[in-house]
Design a protein around this ligand. Sequence first.
Ligand SMILES: [Zn+2]
Length: 216
Amino acid sequence: MIEIVPNWHPIFVHFTVALLIIAAAIHLLSHFLPKGDAANQLTIVARWNLWFGVGFTLLTVAAGWYAYNTVAHDAPLHIAMNVHRNWAMATFALLLGIAGWEYYLSRHGSGKGWLFTGLLVIAAGLLLSTAWHGGELVYRYGLGVMSLPKPEGPGHTHEHGEEALHEDGHTHSHDDAAHDEHDAEPGHATSAAESAVAATKKARHTHPPGTPPHND
Ligand SMILES: [Zn+2]
């Protein structure tokens, strides 16, 4: 299988977010249309988005649990990861209940009421909060990131394909074989960052006293 850095969780999670937010939005929209073909069609579209969304969510949660137990982190991240996990578990439980309700409605050909849609909108809100906390893990704390960019100052150029001048004075083109030579340079930022990451991965982090363990 191809290697995904750091794992599949960030891939599945986008399907979860998009499909379930769309399901909530379309269910909500259908309440404002007069009863008829259009409203019924919207309900069916929303229902299928919900099915696929919950299906992907099973994969997202499984991959997230794997990530939680494998990705290298420190004590501040440990706390932030637990917050993200708690939001995720509450959202997941509510979504499973809603999916069961949706199944019941479709089996009995019953129309949904505002209580159903209201709960789904709340679940969508919880989902957005979960997603925001997940984004914080990566973009604020750098969880699962292999190397961080080195700020280059005003001399940096975005003209890819032309000679770009690096901080240390060497040049290379972004679209030719110079990359091979570039990567092999000893002491270059990329390889330094990679060995730092490797070192971090080897060293098990220690938790401050009183921090709950992972498998709680
Ligand atoms: Zn930890």
